[in-house]
Design a protein around this ligand. Structure first.
Ligand SMILES: Cc1ncc(COP(=O)(O)O)c(C=O)c1O
Length: 459
């Protein structure tokens, strides 16, 4: 790489001249210029000016084993030399996706034993949507094709991902979603629970919205319900314990498939390999990506339960779907090494038994009491901090989202990368974080909150 020969200004100018970024207001970006991240190590990222920033987002919910792992670079290098690419079409396969599929079947819930690969979470959700509709068609019920999702869900940015997701602004720009997808309320107690309603009761009420949507359409028209176990991009919304078992009960009652989108929660984040195990549910499909390779290579895996797989295999007929890079040998080699590291270092157990509980306690004890904070919540190593103007009434600052951006900007200034989504700060750090890293993060976040509070007061 020769980027060292370029100044920050030059890189920003070239970036502005030629590079359109995801989810970005380009007019705004051109006014400030991009922050150029040049390298990273362990839990830290470094920008072109040499600032060291603790990465509270694991890149974008993905770098679970942290940065600078030579083993993954070596796995990619070795595989590239041996076989950089061959496809999985036309009755061919290559060794690494074969072995990765067996490994995924081993760590997934017992009834999940088949894998379909892509390169992104969005692609995997496209596959999931196509597959469940294909399943019902094979079962002789092609009209059972409606999908129930939730408002504020994020399932990716392709046409299918956007349609499955529940983000109004994305739907508006799409200008015509995939038909037969409906969105029901999300299990977000902080804003949606009624006065005096317990978390338990709220969870049941949010699940009832799924049942209502099934009854409205008619169970014979509903293919599946899709949900993130914990809504991530929508603001780390953790459902009450009553929610998922009730959703599963409802799905079973009406013979509706259950699709879990674990693009964020997969591979250890909630303290189990998959959040399905954390919540004790048995989904028919599990969408995964991101931490499957810890972000070192683009790869997604749709994990498919035995019920769907049995029909697809037994009834036969071609599934007209797939990607050039389905089962990419290099990405799969990296994934195998990544899972080996997660296992050898006991990262999933560590999140469940040590860092997850410590993270929860640290957020409660050191962040929740701040004047700007309405609520903190976490599960495993993912957390949220609600930013409010008034703790008691939950009143927000206006315009919506502005206060969280102020907190985020101060956090980066304090060497802490956080994400702001709406009025919520979100955290999803690498699973290699220790108690010391959590302490460091809390100190930096607390300072950022103080600085933001001073700013917001002045306004
Ligand atoms: C739950 C969920 N599903 C799907 C996606 C889309 O994944 P990708 O950006 O790899 O297409 C994301 C991305 O953040 C996600 O959080």
């Amino acid at each position: 790489m020769t980027y060292q020969n370029y100044s920050l200004k030059q890189l920003q100018q070239i970036d502005a001249a030629h590079h359109l970024h995801p989810f970005t207001d380009h007019k705004e970006l051109r006014e400030v210029g991009s922050r150029i991240i040049t390298h990273a190590n362990g839990p830290f990222i470094y920008d072109s000016e040499g600032a060291e920033i603790l990465d509270g987002m694991a890149g974008l919910w993905c770098v679970n084993i942290g940065y600078g792992r030579n083993e993954l670079a070596e796995a990619a290098y070795t595989q590239m030399k041996e076989l950089p690419y061959y496809n999985s079409f036309f009755k061919c396969s290559t060794p690494t996706p074969v072995l990765l599929s067996r490994k995924l079947a081993e760590i997934a819930p017992k009834h999940v034993n088949q894998v379909f690969y892509g390169s992104s979470g969005s692609e995997a959700n496209d596959t999931a949507l196509r597959l469940v509709r294909h399943y019902w068609a094979l079962e002789g019920k092609p009209e059972k094709n409606r999908i129930i999702s939730r408002k504020m869900a994020y399932h990716g940015s392709t046409v299918a991902g956007t349609s499955l997701g529940g983000m109004d602004a994305m739907h508006k720009q799409l200008g015509g979603a995939v038909p037969n997808i409906v969105h029901v309320m999300m299990p977000y107690a902080y804003e949606l629970a009624l006065p005096g309603e317990s978390d338990h009761d709220f969870g049941l009420r949010a699940a009832k919205a799924v049942e209502d949507a099934i009854l409205e359409a008619g169970a014979d028209k509903v293919a599946a319900f899709i949900g993130e176990p914990v809504m991530g991009a929508g603001g780390v919304k953790i459902p009450p314990a009553s929610y998922w078992p009730e959703v599963q009960r409802i799905c079973r009652k009406y013979d509706v498939l259950l699709m879990l989108d674990e693009v964020i929660t997969g591979y250890g984040r909630t303290g189990e390999w998959f959040a399905a195990q954390t919540f004790g549910i048995e989904p028919d499909t599990i969408t995964t990506a991101k931490a499957l390779t810890s972000g070192y290579q683009p790869l997604s895996a749709l994990l498919v339960g035995d019920r769907i797989a049995a029909t697809v295999v037994e009834k036969g007929g071609e599934f007209y779907h797939g990607y050039t890079y389905s089962g990419h040998p290099v990405a799969c080699a990296v994934a195998l090494k990544n899972l080996e590291i997660i296992e050898n270092e006991g990262l999933v157990d560590r999140v469940r038994n040590e860092t997850g509980p410590y993270f929860a306690k640290a957020l409660q004890e050191r962040i929740a009491g701040h004047d700007l904070v309405g609520e903190v919540r976490s599960i495993g190593l993912m957390g949220a901090i609600e930013i409010v103007k008034d703790k008691a009434t939950k009143e927000r600052f206006l315009p919506s989202g502005s206060a969280a951006v102020t907190v985020r900007d101060h956090a980066i200034g304090q060497g802490m990368m956080l994400r702001a989504t709406g009025d919520t700060m979100i955290l999803s750090p690498p699973l290699i974080w220790t108690r010391d890293t959590i302490d460091m993060a809390c100190e930096r976040i607390a300072r950022a909150l103080d600085l933001a509070q001073a700013d917001l007061r002045k306004r």
